[in-house]
Design a protein around this ligand. Structure first.
Ligand SMILES: Nc1ncnc2c1ncn2[C@@H]1O[C@H](COP(=O)(O)OP(=O)(O)OP(=O)(O)O)[C@@H](O)[C@H]1O
Ligand SMILES: [Mg+2]
Length: 294
């Protein structure tokens, strides 16, 4: 048995929560799916928490997703994409969204724990570099309280994070070398995967709503021109702490409207930081630029 297989076996046997860390194209998702596949074959209750808001495996881009895996079929990409629960971060990158990234992952891991999952695998973004990357991953590990952290690296790029976790926090840490067979995904492919993920989530039939400006979180300044909210992505909140779907705002002459994946039940709209084109392309927006009064 090679090192990779033995880390998979140990992760499954240990159970609890296991967080996969690594840069872009380092094998994080493959590892999570492999562990989930082995565990489900052995009869364990498995949950997959996907906190990668860009290259999403569970749920649409801009969200963190939770999927309970009850059979090998649930690990097929199309099935895995259909989340049991999502948390709206509203961005395809963690930059500037550290709090929702950590809180969202923590909420969904807690939900999986409360449901009695034997193994919770946590997939993450490739945002590991610099102080920001370290700050995000260390706080995420601290918040998720995993039993294990599995790092994938080419050189020593993850050492600052793994070293801090080893020094400071309880999980067992395994470092694996990225398999040379791992293929890179180009920037264009990544953008097109995000686009497809959103398109799939916004599959018709869709709902059209009039939107009151009082429902936004964060609340919008009274002097804000509603036209600046046109095509902004929003998360639909049910008022009990759950995200029930996504919407796209549309500014019309007669007021603000929303195309949404849900018919009813939204009590608040969390404002995202991306605009969505008609064909589901995304561009980042800084809400502070819209809320000029800040
Ligand atoms: N151990 C491995 N051996 C061979 N190929 C692998 C291995 N792990 C992953 N791959 C392949 O490499 C590619 C990237 O892997 P994967 O999607 O798991 O990486 P990732 O770190 O999740 O990437 P991303 O940054 O896009 O989320 C995939 O096509 C996958 O099939
Ligand atoms: Mg991945």
């Amino acid at each position: 048995m090679d090192l990779y297989d033995s880390v998979v076996a140990r992760t499954v046997e240990r159970g609890g929560t296991a967080v996969a860390l690594g840069g872009l194209d380092s094998g994080k998702t493959s590892f999570c799916r492999m562990c989930a596949a082995v565990a489900v074959r052995l009869g364990s209750t498995v949950a997959y928490v996907d906190s990668d808001v860009g290259q999403s495996t569970v749920g649409p881009p801009t969200t963190i997703g939770l999927k309970f895996i009850s059979s090998a079929d649930d690990l097929e990409p199309e099935r895995l994409a259909r989340a049991d629960a999502i948390y709206f971060v509203g961005s395809t990158s963690p930059k500037g969204h550290m709090l929702p990234m950590v809180i969202g992952a923590m909420k969904l891991v807690e939900q999986a724990r409360a449901a009695g999952a034997d193994l919770i695998v946590v997939d993450t973004t490739g945002f590991i570099h610099g102080t920001q990357g370290q700050v995000l991953k260390i706080h995420k590990v601290e918040a998720l309280r995993p039993e294990a952290v599995i790092g994938f690296q080419r050189g020593g790029e993850l050492e600052p994070i793994l070293g801090s976790v080893r020094r400071m926090l309880p999980p067992e840490v395994d470092a694996l070398s990225v398999d040379p067979a791992v293929e890179a995904t180009s920037v264009e492919e990544r953008a097109s995967l995000r686009q497809e993920g959103l398109r799939r989530f916004f599959e018709p039939p869709l709902n059209h709503w009039k939107v009151k400006t009082s429902v936004f979180v964060p609340s919008i300044p009274p002097e804000l021109d509603p036209a600046s909210l046109d095509r902004l992505l929003v998360g639909l909140e049910d008022g009990k702490g759950n995200c029930i779907g996504l919407g796209i705002l549309e500014h019309r002459e007669d007021g603000l409207r929303m195309i949404s994946t849900e018919g009813e039940g939204a009590k608040a709209l969390r404002l995202g930081s991306v605009r969505v084109t008609e064909d589901f392309g995304t561009t980042g927006v800084d809400l502070r630029d819209i809320f000029i009064s800040d």
